[in-house]
Design a protein around this ligand. Structure first.
Ligand SMILES: [Zn+2]
Length: 712
């Protein structure tokens, strides 16, 4: 998953196809925060950086993308065995960990449309096809479908709902267009597809068609594949429509693990009810080849100007003009999935885990999403394996994870996190990579305590272009920033923004359920084949990274994150930055409350708790800067400060989400809502709930301040 609906800004830096491999010596190690003496670490890092190899990464990418490998298929298991072999070859203590989880696979998906006169407009879906793609005819390519879609057979009039955002549905209501008994057609983009289905279901729709408009990732952006990187007419974005904002993972086991021995009686029954994460209605994804005849025949009011896409006719809202018939027969089964877990036991603090993760399952071939991440991770593992053979042992334990069934709802990672339980209270970081490489623009998201850490790591890794990854990131920041939105104003002198973590990939259970400080990295570019059959090796080498230099770059960044976090004397969290961002969120919420007529809400307790956290952070920071003596107490305190930000009761209406600072928005899905309990209560104009959530936030900040103070 991961992409914010598949668009990435279109800056194509002219850096593809470079022939010279950068040497690690070009990078000057600068990250010393948390280290008593960085010289020894810098030497190790230099050795590590010399190992990841573009050619070998390219070979792994080719192997991983040789066959479609949807979660829970035999081909998926083959990739698990491949990754496990690579882990073991590097010296990792490796296990394939199975779970039994509810997954749907499509039996029949069919769409037919007629105009008012009863003339057939289209039947579909048409097969995904372009001229010359070498892998498009494999019979194992799964037909386009939405995982978590209901099964059903419905016929109805059609209403166009733009991106299917809350404001779009509100606009339809303002125009008195009733959605009861209707089929909503909306375009992909702007928010998570599950949110579109959720809003349509709430308003009485009986089905949803989700299509890719050429304005968003097709010919409006540039040449379609196979000429360029953008979406061709028959290409379809598959994807999960799970109600991820309620909880992630297996629908039947929120908060506990779907182990093989879990009895069926222990599973949750009403997964489409108000506490479940599954829609009741059906949804079907479409190409613009199939959506165009439906949209063109729609009558009714003209679409508002911002709703007009790039198809060559005026869009209308409906509901007159078209009737569609949707059939979706989904085979729901509890199926076995396979995570691969490889460990390197720490020499001094084995219970403190540094976890690196990437999903392995793909909708089809998944060259960019997620195999570029897997290929990069495998080269990072090989680099660390080389150090192990030379006798190096990390101070803390490093755990590499290859997740399954991420695409269906972060399932493999969530079940594993739920199985670990309180063990993860000692895990010091989770470093995610998913869509590792779709082009040359590096960007990152992180909790604020790790934002400076990821900048430091980027300063130590050479860019394929020139200088460091950090330098290139800073040069291109305006183009790559969109990928990880940040909710705090830019800080003077900081120079490059690190975004906030919302959802859409496997960091969600770690950060937002278990309170493990997390980061995510990506290197992006024009990418129009997200979740389609064309996200394959041919597309990748033509458009993203022909010489695999960016796989090498991402392997180096990921490996260095793990090494530096595993070896630091004092954990390199920056709580000064965290406290500053939290204060900014509180001030922004206060202004919003005043603007929304909730000016009587009392923010004083939250503001003073944030100030206490800032003061405790300053004192801890001084100890981290020149670490000496026994650092056990300092490191425990630093780690506990993040766990302290979890609310035991969870967020209102969605207790699985426990983090008081970050959650995926109920109405956005991918992008983060900050201090979500407070902000969503203000958005809902509920002053009682807002006041109660301000108390929950103040208590969390007080706990974090107390935890940090215990360092002294
Ligand atoms: Zn992905």
């Amino acid at each position: 998953m991961n992409l914010r609906a598949g668009f990435v800004s279109v800056f194509i830096a002219c850096v593809l196809g470079l022939s010279s491999h950068p040497s690690p010596a070009q990078a000057v190690p600068q990250g010393s925060f948390g280290f008593t003496d960085f010289a020894a670490e810098a030497k190790l890092e230099e050795k590590f950086l010399a190992v990841p190899d573009p050619k070998l990464a390219g070979e792994d990418l080719k192997t991983l993308t040789a066959e479609p490998h949807l979660a829970a298929t035999p081909e998926d298991y083959k990739t698990a065995e491949f990754v496990a072999r690579k882990f073991r070859a590097a010296g990792l203590d490796t296990q394939i960990v199975p779970y039994r989880v509810l997954l749907n696979q499509p039996k029949v998906v069919r769409v037919e449309a007629w105009d008012d006169a009863g003339h057939l407009l289209m039947t579909g879906p048409a097969r995904e096809h372009v001229n010359g793609d070498p892998q498009q005819d494999d019979p194992r390519i799964v037909m386009p479908f939405n995982s978590s879609s209901g099964s059903g057979d419905v016929t109805g009039e059609v209403v166009y709902a733009n991106y299917g955002r809350l404001e779009d549905f509100n606009e339809l209501a303002a125009q008195h267009i009733d959605l009861h008994g209707k089929i909503v057609i909306c375009r992909y983009g702007s928010d998570f597809r599950g949110v579109k289905v959720y809003l349509a279901e709430q308003r009485g729709a009986i089905g949803v068609l989700l299509y890719s408009d050429p304005q968003d990732d097709g010919y409006y952006k540039g040449d379609p594949y196979p000429i360029g990187p953008w979406r061709p007419d028959t290409s379809v974005q598959r994807g999960s429509v799970q109600y991820l904002f309620r909880y992630a993972g297996d629908p039947e086991t929120p908060g506990f693990a779907s182990t093989l021995d879990l009895p069926d009686s222990a599973r949750v029954k009403n997964i489409t009810g108000p506490d479940g994460n599954q829609p009741r209605i059906i949804s079907i994804p479409l190409s613009y080849h199939d959506a165009a005849p439906i949209l063109q025949a729609l009558k009714g009011p003209g679409a508002p100007q911002g709703w007009q896409g790039a198809l060559p006719f005026r869009y209308h809202l409906g509901p007159d003009g078209v009737k569609v018939h949707l059939i979706s027969q989904q085979d729901y089964q509890r199926r076995i999935i396979w995570d691969v877990i490889g460990k390197i036991e720490g020499s001094q603090d084995p219970e403190a885990w540094v976890i690196v993760g990437n999903h392995r399952d793909a909708w089809v071939y998944g060259a960019v999403d997620p195999s570029s991440g897997t290929a990069a991770m495998l080269e990072a593992v090989r680099g660390i394996g080389a150090l192990l053979r030379q006798g190096w042992r990390p101070r803390r334990t490093i755990v590499f994870c290859s997740w399954d069934a991420e695409e269906e709802g972060l399932i493999g990672s969530t079940e594993w996190v739920e199985q670990q339980g309180r063990t993860l209270d000692r895990a010091v970081a989770y470093f995610n990579v998913d869509v590792a490489v779709s082009g040359p623009n590096f960007s990152a998201g992180a909790v604020p305590s790790l934002k400076e850490f990821i900048r430091d790591v980027a300063r130590s890794v050479p860019s394929p272009v020139a200088g460091s990854v950090f330098l290139q990131w800073r040069l291109k920041v305006s183009s790559s920033d969109e990928h990880h939105e940040s909710n705090a104003p830019p800080i003077e002198g900081e120079k490059v923004h690190v975004g906030d973590l919302g959802s859409g990939s496997d960091f969600t259970p770690f950060l937002q359920h278990a309170g493990v400080p997390s980061t995510e990295i990506t290197s992006s570019g024009p990418y129009g084949v997200y979740h389609s059959a064309f996200d394959d090796f041919a597309w990748y080498t033509q458009n993203a990274d022909p010489d695999f230099l960016y796989l090498q770059e991402m392997a180096r960044v990921l490996g260095l994150e793990a090494m530096r976090m595993a070896d630091a004397d004092a954990l390199p969290y920056n709580y000064i930055a965290y406290a500053r961002e939290i204060s900014a969120y509180i001030e922004a919420a206060k202004r919003k409350a005043a603007d929304d007529g909730l000016g009587s809400l009392d923010f004083a307790a939250a503001e003073s708790a944030a100030s206490r956290l800032a003061a405790a952070a300053e004192r801890a920071h001084a100890l981290q800067s020149v670490p000496y003596g026994d650092l056990t107490q300092l490191n425990l305190a630093l780690r506990q400060a993040e766990t302290a930000l979890l609310s035991p009761a969870g967020l209102p209406g969605r207790p699985w989400y426990r983090h008081t600072i970050y959650a995926p928005g109920e109405f956005t899905g991918y992008s983060a809502v900050v201090i979500p309990g407070v902000n969503e209560a203000i958005d809902a104009h509920n002053p009682t709930l807002a006041a109660q959530q301000l108390t929950v936030l103040s208590q969390a900040l007080d706990r974090a301040a107390n935890a940090l103070s215990a360092a002294h």
